[in-house]
Design a protein around this ligand. Structure first.
Ligand code: COA
Length: 212
């Protein structure tokens, strides 16, 4: 669970998802220099013809004993489904932290979570399974971020915030300190959350208000 796991990887990494998010994870994995071989997989048959993608997610099963996998898909429901697929097949779903991010030593990070370049995660935080802490975002002290959340590029979560599962904080949004946000919430780009959000839905603006 601790981020020191990054130094204990096996030699081979499979990244599931060949689109934009997968590309960023590939760059992260290469920069971290933890793996001797990195392969991108995608269930989209058309991508196999490009040559770079040898197969879909089942391709990694052959390498069960000598490889880690990470899911590079932005959609939370698909990310969850694929992480669960590999857990069931008993392949290690790893977490990755970019060397140019800063994560306090006591932060607890669950499997399948990625922390991108320029991100900061302060002491006392817990990051659930399959979380994306995206480029140049920050999560301040004692926050709890639920499973499959996405803290988008340039967004800022102040101290002691609790965010439920499958919640997406949009690019450049801010969540004020001591706020609770429930499961299945979409916070629009640039929004500022100043009150607890206890009902799933989409919230935008300053201060953030529900639109759907
Ligand atoms: C909030 C969001 C999900 C809404 O998307 P949507 O459901 O397709 O909604 P629409 O684009 O139809 O917009 C609905 C209304 O909300 C407004 N709106 C949408 N996003 C808004 C935002 N971020 N801030 C303020 N208003 C917003 C629109 O202007 C529109 O207003 P109108 O009805 O007066 O014309 C989307 O706009 C958004 O912010 N996505 C975040 C993307 C992001 O951060 N990506 C990061 C990748 S790392």
């Amino acid at each position: 669970m601790l981020n020191e796991k990054n130094i204990l990887h096996k030699c081979r990494l499979f990244i599931i998802g060949a689109s934009g998010h997968g590309k960023v994870i590939e760059a992260l994995a290469r920069e971290s220099a933890c793996y001797s071989k990195i392969t991108i997989l995608d269930d989209n048959e058309e991508l196999k013809h490009i040559g770079k993608v040898p197969g879909g997610k089942e391709y990694a099963l052959e390498f069960r004993d000598c490889a880690d996998v990470i899911v590079g898909i932005g959609n939370a429901a698909i990310r969850k489904k694929i992480i669960e697929y590999y857990e069931e097949k008993q392949i290690n779903v790893t977490s990755l932290t970019h060397p140019f991010s800063w994560v306090a030593s006591d932060v607890r990070i669950d499997n399948g979570t990625v922390i991108m370049a320029g991100a900061v995660v302060q002491p006392g935080c817990t990051l659930g399974k399959g979380v994306i802490v995206n480029t140049s975002s920050s999560i301040d002290h004692d926050c709890k971020i639920g499973n499959y959340c996405h803290i988008s590029v340039g967004s800022h979560i102040a101290g002691t915030v609790c965010i439920g599962d499958n919640t997406w904080i949009g690019a450049g949004a801010t969540v004020s300190n001591n706020i609770t946000i429930c499961n299945d919430v979409m916070i629009g780009a640039g929004a500022v959350v100043v009150k607890d959000i206890m009902e799933p839905g989409t919230y935008v603006g300053v201060p953030a208000k529900k639109i759907g």
